[in-house]
Design a protein around this ligand. Structure first.
Ligand code: FA5
Length: 337
């Protein structure tokens, strides 16, 4: 009887102090498991004389029932506590502000290129392409720049081994396109060009150009001015002053350079416009008859062509004061677009 009381007291104490279900299970095993202390006592009942068995058996079973109830209650309490803890751990605050996801965006030159293509396409121009690695024929000869012509020096060229070169402008696409397509035609040809030049705030050795070509029966400089003016209006989303001044390119006659009032300084003069208030953005002119001939067309056709520097346009649109920023990979610059 003393053993029973002792067992009950100790078991109740241990049940009370079990911190989690595992500890409680251990206590259960210690007393009521297969080899538990109380289980052993209950098993020994059968060897007792009948009278004692009846008396002692009742008390032993009472202790067993009391402990079983204490176990169940403690177990229920611990389970509820654990469920509450898990709930608290997994609690989601639906009102908390979300994490900001970094979203990629387009490079300013890509934006400028897409905008340019969109504007010219809406004016009926097709988009043509040509290879970055060109032959001397397409880059020079077919454009009325024969081998020893001094104009070849205007473009410092990267020559590759055994003849080919990195195109110095997008004008070769004029020839390639006219070889395959008969006039009337209108195209633009955006692409990368390469020049063996030292760099400064408005010069790069790798740049984008956008070639334009319009060929028909009765095409004049007035058409060129009208198309270019419309392009500027839509590209810069405002009226901008631009001017055509005589310039020389062997593949056009007459030839011009096209400049815009510097939008970076508002025409006052800055490092981008070299203090002149104007920035040259394109070469242009009426297609030379020799160019038609080289492309296998009759020199009777008329047409104009231009070659824009896309970086220069983007610099004016976004007010960027150094062309070298475009390819600097500087995220502080790029994240502004
Ligand atoms: C040409 O490349 C001629 N092919 C353009 C042309 C096409 C004339 C059709 C007539 C008819 P130019 O070398 O000037 O021309 O370059 C044209 C434009 O490219 C320049 O006005 C300028 O905007 C840009 N550009 C030229 N060189 C650089 C450079 N190093 N860095 C940045 N932009 C440049």
């Amino acid at each position: 009887m003393t053993d029973l009381k002792k067992i009950k007291k100790e078991a109740e104490k241990e049940i009370g102090s079990a911190k989690d279900l595992k500890e409680l299970q251990d206590v259960f095993n210690q007393y009521l498991g297969k080899r538990g202390e109380l289980t052993q006592i209950l098993r020994s009942l059968k060897d007792m004389p009948k009278r004692e068995r009846i008396m002692f058996g009742k008390d032993a079973n009472d202790v067993k029932n009391a402990l079983t109830i204490a176990f169940d209650e403690k177990s229920a309490g611990l389970k509820a506590g654990e469920a509450r803890a898990a709930e608290e751990k997994e609690w989601i605050d639906v009102t908390a502000p979300g994490k900001k996801i970094a979203v990629g965006h387009l490079h300013p030159l890509t934006l400028a290129k897409r905008k340019t293509m969109e504007i010219f396409q809406s004016m009926g121009f097709a988009v043509a392409e040509g290879p970055d690695i060109e032959t001397e024929w397409y880059n020079f000869d077919a454009l009325n720049i024969p081998k020893d012509h001094p104009a070849r020096d205007v473009w410092d060229t990267f020559y590759l081994k055994d003849g080919p070169l990195l195109r110095t402008h997008t004008s070769p696409v004029q020839i390639r396109y006219m070889e395959k397509n008969n006039p009337p035609l209108r195209i633009i040809a955006p692409g990368t060009v390469y020049r063996h030049e030292s760099t400064d705030s408005s010069h790069e050795f790798q740049l984008y150009q956008v070639e334009g070509l319009m060929v028909d029966k009765d095409i004049s400089v007035a058409n060129l001015k009208a198309v270019v003016g419309e392009f500027f209006r839509r590209f810069f989303e405002k009226e901008v002053d631009f001017r055509l001044r005589p310039d020389f390119f062997p593949f056009v006659e007459p030839g011009f350079d096209i400049s815009i009032t510097c939008l970076v300084c508002g025409g006052k003069g800055c490092s981008v416009c070299k203090e002149t208030g104007w920035l040259e953005v394109a070469g242009a002119g009426m297609v030379h008859p020799n160019v038609f001939k080289a492309a296998g067309l009759s020199p009777e056709w008329q047409g104009w062509a231009f070659g824009f520097g896309l970086e220069r346009l983007a610099m004016l649109k976004y007010r960027i004061n150094d062309i070298r920023l475009f390819r600097s990979s500087d995220l502080r610059f790029l994240n502004q677009f």
